[in-house]
Design a protein around this ligand. Structure first.
Ligand SMILES: Cc1cc2nc3c(=O)[nH]c(=O)nc-3n(C[C@H](O)[C@H](O)[C@H](O)COP(=O)(O)O)c2cc1C
Length: 189
């Protein structure tokens, strides 16, 4: 769990879990398509996934986002027994959005089961068909469209850094180094 030391905001390398984080963030930067899965627990994402997002809050647009994430597409899967998968996917989507991912598709599933092994065969067939259609669509590749919400949020974050909002001074330095305060955009780099 994040120990709330805020060391990452000054220097990402100083996070006590830096090595673990870096391994996952490297994989995310490298991937063609980001596939995030979580079971639905209490109408939300699982605790380990939430812990991952807590650990990587320094990658949010308001701090030091990674430019590569603005070029990613993501699909979020969650399965639930009776309800809440949609809400769980929405929470994951929110985290990915604020990390800069511009294209995120939510795929909630209602499995009517407490275990993958006992999902009724008809239900399982439906789920598999849906996934195959999705896989075909995403196998065609292509760059994600950068929506107005991403553009606007990025713009506002830049203005906040320029106005020296309550962040760490190194954030302004980082945004300047990326050229993002001089008109450059991460999705064009
Ligand atoms: C702690 C816990 C909380 C759960 N909360 C919900 C819930 O809010 N809504 C729901 O429909 N199912 C809930 N379930 C059932 C799981 O979401 C369901 O079994 C799901 O298919 C598990 O996904 P998996 O097969 O990928 O492990 C919960 C199960 C556990 C263990």
């Amino acid at each position: 769990m994040c120990v709330v030391c805020y060391a990452c905001l000054k220097d990402q390398v100083k996070c006590p879990a830096h090595a673990e984080k870096q391994r996952i963030m490297d994989a995310i930067e490298w991937c063609d398509l980001l596939v995030v899965t979580t079971p639905t627990y209490n109408m939300n994402m699982s605790a380990p996934l939430k812990a991952f997002f807590d650990f990587t809050f320094d990658y949010w647009m308001v701090h030091k986002p990674t430019g590569a994430l603005f070029g990613k597409k993501a699909v979020v899967f969650s399965s639930c027994a009776g309800g809440g998968a949609k809400a769980a996917c929405k929470e994951v989507k929110k985290n990915l959005f604020f990390m800069g991912v511009p294209s995120i598709r939510c795929v909630p599933f209602l499995s009517h089961s407490y275990s993958l092994l006992t999902v009724p065969p008809k239900k399982m067939n439906g789920i598999e068909k849906k996934i195959l259609v999705l896989a075909k669509r995403y196998s065609q590749g292509g760059k994600p469209r950068i929506g107005l919400k991403t553009r606007l949020t990025f713009f506002v974050m830049g203005k906040m850094h320029q106005a020296h909002f309550d962040g760490d001074p190194s954030e302004l330095v980082y945004w300047n180094e990326q050229g993002w305060l001089n008109g450059q955009k991460p999705w064009k780099q």
